[in-house]
Structure formats: C-alpha cells, structure tokens
Design a protein. Structure first.
Length: 135
C-alpha cells in the first residue's frame, strides 16, 4: 500500500480536484490501518466535492474503523441527505444503529436498503425483524 499511497498523494498534488483520487487514497489508508489519515484525506476531498455522497460514505467507514460510532452515524446521515437512493449507506447506517441499540432505526434503514434492492447479508433483515419484534 505504501507505494500506492505515495502515487495517489502525488496525483492529488498535481490534480487536487480529483475526486476518485481522494476516494482511492482514503481506502488505501484505511486498509493500511491509517484510519485518521484516511479521514483527513476524505475530508480534504469533501472540500473540493462537498456534495459527494461517496466521499462521505468512505469517510464514515474510516470513522467506523476508528470505532467512533456517533461520528460514523452522522457522516452516513449526511451521505443519505445527498443521495436518498444510496442503498449501501442505508445498510451501513442500519449496522451502526443496531450497534447503538437503536433497533427501530436500524430496521427502518435496512428496510429502505432492501427497498432499493441493496443485497443484504443473509439473515440480517430477519434478525432485525426479531429485534424490533415485528410479526
């Protein structure tokens, strides 16, 4: 990852408006165990692309890796304000809501993800149904 990280940093120095570069760099940093650097990179990308739901989504994943549940939830909510048809973001926020003990909100989010035809892990929807005691 080290070489790829350096290459993307150089690319962004040359072309600072390169949205995909911020996304890829943020992903690489997160995969390398550098979640704080990933958050910084994706935040910088959002300075150039403040309406990018994808940048928000990957930033939320970096917060999730950092175990900052509240910030993860906030950032995913922002991603969904920008793109209400983002099934994966609904699913991820459902997981965060579940971890926070917000079972009804988790169920609502996963229902929306399912409605948008996002492919859910086997049994996840049913587990949430049981958690909120729906028939």
């Amino acid at each position: 990852h080290e070489e790829g990280i350096k290459d993307l940093q150089q690319a962004l120095a040359i072309r600072p408006n390169y949205e995909l570069g911020y996304i890829n760099l943020g992903i690489m940093q997160a995969q390398a165990g550098l979640a704080p650097s990933s958050i910084q990179t994706l935040t910088k990308g959002l300075e150039h692309h403040p309406k990018s739901s994808k940048l928000y989504r990957y930033r939320a994943i970096s917060y999730f890796i950092s175990q900052d549940t509240l910030k993860t939830h906030q950032v995913l909510s922002r991603a969904l304000e920008l793109d209400t048809h983002y099934g994966e973001a609904y699913f991820l926020r459902s997981k965060v809501n579940f971890d926070m003990g917000n079972f009804q909100e988790a169920y609502d989010d996963v229902s929306k993800a399912k409605e948008l035809e996002y492919l859910l892990p086997v049994g996840y929807f049913e587990a949430l149904e049981r958690a909120v005691q729906r028939p």
